[in-house]
Design a protein. Structure first.
Length: 220
């Protein structure tokens, strides 16, 4: 990119460029020097906008979270439908960037704007009959589940270029040599701990469990 076409250096430009660079080289390949080179500046220029590399990583994580969309349920939307929509959007946002789940899982802090939106979500759940503690545990559990699920998805992508079906076929071939028949049957039926169906199963389990906990908490 020529000097005349380079965008003015700002915190926003820095974060966007860092996310694009992570998509190219991965989180382990991201360095302040490499980012400065990508922006066409010297490394010290970045510290006008970020104080440390961790602050940069936190800002990148914050951008990924906000890109998923935050806020309370839409008018007339049940908390179950809202949580399902929120979970799918969050997973998609993590998957949109190489090592996205690692970035978010290792964040040391989030922006005040993101925390305010999170508080709005908790307040909305309280309005649906949740106690503040149950609301926090619910969103926290879903977030941890999604982070862990996507961490594994992205690790699998980097470790192997094989299609999931090819990997399952390889496992099935081993099982046919005398290992557990139930696992073999599950694989033949399309069972997998990764993929959209597996994600939705885990999410439904979390939501159903939360509904049961909410019912217990509101019981006389």
């Amino acid at each position: 990119m020529s000097e005349t076409k380079r965008p003015a250096l700002s915190r926003h430009t820095l974060i966007e460029t860092a996310l694009r660079l992570v998509d190219q080289v991965g989180l382990d390949g991201l360095t302040v020097r490499r980012l400065a080179t990508e922006l066409g500046v010297k490394s010290p220029a970045l510290y006008w906008h970020i104080r440390t590399k961790q602050e940069l990583l936190d800002a990148m994580a914050d951008a990924i979270i906000l890109a998923a969309g935050m806020g309370p349920p839409r008018e007339g939307q049940s908390w179950q439908d809202w949580l399902t929509r929120r979970a799918h959007a969050y997973r998609a946002s993590l998957l949109a960037h190489r090592d996205g789940a690692r970035l978010v899982a290792n964040a040391a802090g989030l922006s005040p704007a993101t925390i305010r939106l999170f508080d709005e979500e908790l307040t909305a759940l309280v309005g649906c009959g949740f106690t503040p503690a149950l609301a926090l545990r619910t969103i926290g559990s879903c977030t941890s589940y999604i982070n862990g699920f996507v961490l594994r998805e992205q690790a699998e992508r980097q470790e192997s270029s094989d299609e999931p079906s090819q990997r399952l076929a390889a496992v099935a071939a081993l099982l046919e040599r005398g290992m557990d028949a139930t696992l073999l049957l599950a694989i033949r039926e399309g069972g997998s701990s990764l993929g959209d169906e597996a994600f939705d199963h885990g999410l439904r389990t979390l939501i159903d469990g939360t509904a049961a906990a909410l019912q217990r908490s509101n019981a006389p």
